[in-house]
Design a protein around this ligand. Structure first.
Ligand code: GTQ
Length: 347
């Protein structure tokens, strides 16, 4: 019904009265607030590894890892610049440690995950030094001290994923430096956590004391072997190829309470069916090369490239040669809150 001019003026005066007492009429904002489906400001985007690597090396000549605390180039979604967010809920960055450098030990409420792109360094978590090799997936759970180093002769570069925007949504951020210097005290042998929790066994009468996986290191060699064996058995998923999710071996659930992570093998010639889900996803190509269609966009990727798919954007992958994609998202948080949805679409 057409509003009378008087009514509009009357309403405007009323809205101003509301505004003065920090109040707003729901009916004026309802359609943007409670949308019939996700309307993300995030857009699909790819960060080309060759270009990012050159910028990282330039950063390496300008600032040390120690001075920077973390020498990271933050991947900002072009739709939400200035917020250090790759999606509404996630942070992503590319971190460089040069030979001999140390990124000093600290801890924070935000949880981190890492996918090693090139080189070999180490990260120390929970008193254990964990080696980093290309393709390895590494966890730094909430509030655990962690420092990174590089004892090799070559740079080490990895993708960081953190749940910082979720922690900040709750205004629950805390952070502090390690009280005993740059490097945390190491009091466990390398491989200790994997021996205790990662051999399909757990310590006698073990009761978890953390919401995160007690295994911090998921070496790529094992994941790759598993994917290749699964590929040889057949039964390829029409949208995802052969896809495994990283698990907390104690619960079978996601490795951390907020973030899920995956590695998927797309067999040679794969032409995936379109799919969408409410968890915006950050991908990093691990092997091969291919094309991912996201809505009307076409993303060509090869090893090391990072790309982001917004929530509920229709996605399909195509490859010529056998390829492997790593990815992570906030699916763990969404499923814990009961809001996650997915949909398979057909061409
Ligand atoms: O390695 O601890 O990309 O604290 C951002 C914040 C990495 C880290 C990031 C961090 C870290």
């Amino acid at each position: 019904m057409e509003l009378a001019h008087e009514d509009k003026t009357g309403r405007q005066a009323f809205y101003e009265k509301l505004d003065g007492v920090h109040t707003a009429p729901l009916w004026a904002v309802m359609s943007q607030l409670v949308t019939p489906e996700p309307r993300s400001r995030c857009v699909p985007h790819k960060w080309d590894y060759a270009g990012m690597r050159a910028l990282l090396m330039e950063a390496g000549g300008l600032i040390t890892a120690k001075e920077a605390e973390r020498r990271v180039l933050v991947l900002e979604n072009p739709g939400i610049r200035g917020l250090s967010q790759v999606t509404q809920s996630l942070y992503a960055g590319l971190q460089l440690i040069l030979p001999g450098e140390v990124a000093p030990s600290h801890r924070h409420a935000a949880a981190a995950l890492r996918l090693i792109i090139e080189g070999s360094g180490y990260t120390a978590v929970n008193g254990e030094r964990i080696p980093m090799a290309p393709g390895d997936f590494i966890l730094t759970p909430s509030w655990m001290f962690h420092d990174h180093g590089n004892l090799s002769d070559d740079p080490v570069v990895w993708l960081d994923g953190l749940d910082v925007p979720i922690v900040n949504l709750f205004d629950a951020s805390f952070a502090e430096g390690y009280p005993g210097g740059d490097v945390q005290h190491v009091d466990r042998l390398a491989g200790d956590a994997r021996a205790r929790y990662g051999a399909n066994m757990v310590p006698l009468e073990y009761e978890p004391d953390s919401k995160s996986s007690p295994v911090f290191h998921y070496p790529y060699a094992r994941v790759r072997e598993a994917l290749l064996q699964i590929e040889s058995a057949g039964m390829c998923d029409a949208s995802h190829g052969f896809k495994l999710q990283y698990a907390n071996p104690v619960t079978g659930g996601y490795p951390m309470p907020t973030m899920a992570a995956y590695m998927q093998l797309l067999p040679a010639g794969f032409c995936g069916q379109p799919y969408r889900s409410t968890d915006a996803t950050v991908y990093c190509a691990r092997e091969g090369k291919g094309t991912t269609f996201v809505g009307n966009e076409r993303i060509e990727w090869s090893v090391g490239d990072v790309f982001v798919v917004p929530s509920w954007a229709t996605t399909s992958h195509q490859v010529g040669e056998r390829s492997v994609l790593f990815s992570f998202s906030d699916r763990a948080a969404q499923k814990a809150l009961g809001v996650w949805r997915e949909e398979r679409l057909n061409d």
